[in-house]
Design a binder for this molecule. Structure first.
Ligand code: GLN
Length: 479
């Protein structure tokens, strides 16, 4: 049996097994695993949540997520549980409150197995920037699972959890989903509350989910989407039912293939799998149109300028005074700030704070930050133009399959792995990664990009593809 939310919920409802049994199994898998997918395992909490869920199921008061074990990215605040954001800075931080997403999961009766590993403050594409060490890709232990939600992706692909949460600032849900062969959705900016999600780059950060199937993603999006008055960037619009249209016919839709997403840097074998997936859609009655997103080249520089500027401001609050790491025996206030921050942050975080502070300083602001914002608008306009003639844009998520751990040493090369994901965040659009094949036993993810608020359509398209294909059902050999 495939361990999806849908299938396991039936087992729980029909009392084939209890949530305590299911949760115990998963906790055992996690304890035996050497993927390093978790920073904190919340076993006692999980068992008590599972017991409560079993009680509710016995009393006939439950929903599809009641008793369902999941893994929570360690960037969502969880009341009473360590929330580290992958940083030494927050190694001692026990959150006094829940993120809205955490609250919604708690209220649904889902069972939190633990908090997953990530690049420090979600900055990275390989999970190697974590204070808690790199995560391994369950398909090949010498490879990265991608980042920054590497722990979440490895947990779902490696059968350590039924589903996981993620956040996507520049690709952190889609790229690890692609590299680990699972389904992930990054919603439209503003659809899911950012309240209690430790901020990296506030104008990009968006919460989403990582699952085995598009149907499971729809179930979870129904739970976590929606207006939240505690997040001023959350958008007040009517809630949708993402399951309602998941079986709709997709015949006659037009796919746009941007030529910039199939350029030189793309691995031939990855390109080949993406084109086979597009052919599959053609055989399902979709039309294909070549399009151009002419400002795509500016995505990497503008994203890395704006995100660094925003992070330099967001991370100011971590000063060793209010909470977080504090150095030993500071001799004065200046020394306290300097040493606490120097000791608490890792290299990549420091690099971005420095780049951001520089780019925002008087005299450089116009040349860098303002310029990058102008490029951001052009990139966004390219998409709006494209969506006048196509329903969905398709392409690769990542230019390669999972790369070797410790193989990329300079930040600029690492930034190249985000080449196909960043423009989506610059434009605030929804996008998915859907398993689309394998190259040398490593998964390849197909990216689906839609216009704002088109999550229902993306999930519908992904679900129809998963009805025709079997890639999402593949699981790595247990190691
Ligand atoms: N890899 C990108 C970065 O390092 C995106 C990370 C993310 O989406 N959180 O900023």
């Amino acid at each position: 049996m495939q361990n999806t939310i849908k299938s396991l919920a039936n087992g729980l409802k029909n009392k084939e097994f209890s949530s305590v049994e299911l949760t115990t199994d998963y906790l055992n898998f996690i304890n035996k695993s050497d993927l390093n997918a978790f920073i904190t395992i919340t076993d006692e909490l999980a068992i008590s949540q599972a017991k409560a869920a079993d009680q509710n199921i016995a009393n006939n008061s439950f929903n599809i997520l009641t008793g369902m074990p999941y893994a929570h990215k360690d960037i969502f605040c969880t009341k009473g549980v360590k929330t580290s954001a992958g940083s030494k800075m927050l190694d001692n931080f026990i959150s006094p409150y829940n993120a809205t997403v955490s609250d919604k999961l708690d209220n649904s009766g889902a069972v939190m197995l633990g908090k997953t590993n990530l690049d420090e403050f979600a900055m990275g594409s390989s999970n190697e920037n974590s204070y808690y060490g790199a995560v391994k890709n369950p398909w090949n232990l010498n490879k990265t699972p991608g980042g920054s939600s590497g722990g979440s992706a490895a947990a779902v692909a490696g059968e350590l959890s039924v589903f996981a949460t993620g956040t996507d600032t520049g690709g952190s849900i889609r790229q690890p989903s692609s590299l680990c062969g699972i389904t992930g959705i990054k919603p439209t900016y503003g659809l899911v509350s950012r309240y209690g999600m430790i901020a990296y780059a506030s104008s990009f950060d968006q919460a989403g989910v990582m699952t085995k199937t598009a149907e499971d993603s729809a179930i979870l999006l129904n739970l976590i989407a929606g207006f939240d008055e505690k997040d001023s960037t959350s958008v007040n619009r009517n809630n949708e039912d993402y399951l309602k249209t998941i079986n709709d016919s997709i015949q006659g839709l037009t796919i746009g293939l941007p030529k910039e997403f199939f350029s030189d840097g793309l691995d031939d074998k990855v390109a080949n799998k993406i084109m086979l997936a597009v052919k599959e859609f053609e055989s399902m009655g979709l039309k294909v149109k070549d399009i151009s997103l002419p400002h795509s080249n500016y995505a990497i520089p503008s994203y890395y300028i704006i995100a660094s500027c925003e992070c330099s401001s967001n991370l100011l609050r971590l000063d060793g005074v209010r909470y977080g790491h504090r150095c030993q025996d500071p001799k004065d206030l200046q020394d306290l700030y300097l040493r606490s921050r120097s000791e608490g942050f890792g290299d990549e975080v420091k690099r971005r704070i420095m780049v951001g502070t520089y780019a925002l300083s008087a005299g450089y602001y116009d040349a860098y930050y303002l310029k990058a914002q102008k490029a951001r608008r052009l990139i966004s306009d390219d998409f709006q133009k494209a969506f006048q003639s196509v329903d969905v844009i398709m392409g690769p998520v990542s230019p390669t399959t999972a790369f070797d751990l410790a193989s990329i040493h300079d930040s600029a090369s690492m930034y190249l792995s985000d080449i196909y994901t960043l423009s989506v965040n610059l434009a605030g659009l929804p996008a998915m990664s859907v398993p689309a094949g394998f190259s040398q036993n490593l998964p390849v993810g197909l990216q689906l990009i839609g216009n704002h608020w088109s999550e229902a359509k993306l999930l519908n398209i992904a679900h129809k593809f998963q009805e025709q294909t079997n890639f999402h059902n593949q699981t790595p050999a247990k190691i």
